[in-house]
Design a protein. Sequence first.
Length: 215
Amino acid sequence: MGETVHFIIDTGACTNIIDIETYNKLQQTGQITLESVDQHGLFAYGSVKELDILDKFFVDVSCNSKHAKAEFYVFNGVAKCLLSFKTVNSLSLISCSDNVVCSVLPETPDRIMNNFPEVFQGLGKLRGYTVKFHIYDIIQPVAQPVRRLPIGLRDKVRAKLDSLVENGVSLEWVSPLCVLKDNGDISQMVDMRRANKAIIRERHHLPTTKEMQLV
């Protein structure tokens, strides 16, 4: 036909579509043989309403020295013209490979810590949000009896407590501690049974997963 038409490649389309405006321009060449369309079953993506199709025709198309016989449906409206997967594949406009190998590197703890070092520094605090605990005013902080520590751990425990104070952790409540971590550091174990008695229990209806999804 010798007419140039701009198309959008749509590999998800099963048919070729041109709009009525493009169709009218091509019809003036007199080289289109139309065929009537009774039922086509064509829908736009995500739509439940059939497209308003007028007619269809077959024509030879070419691109970059490649030729193919293609079927086109005429859409009764103004829109972008679509070229289907079958046609673009015949014209070698795309290439498909069945042997694609993707290597995925596992997200190891070291990799995550290296990518986000700022998250793993310091004590770690919830920022931008204030949590309020309702406390009984009549209950005073409690210093529970000190558990004997091995002499070899006392310096580490003292250094751990000093570090907590420097990071703004209040030590008004004295709780039993501690156990030795596998890496040699001190893991502070806090007995919260006495502290929990000072907190006024709040009772709220917890939303379900579905309710949270609707928010």
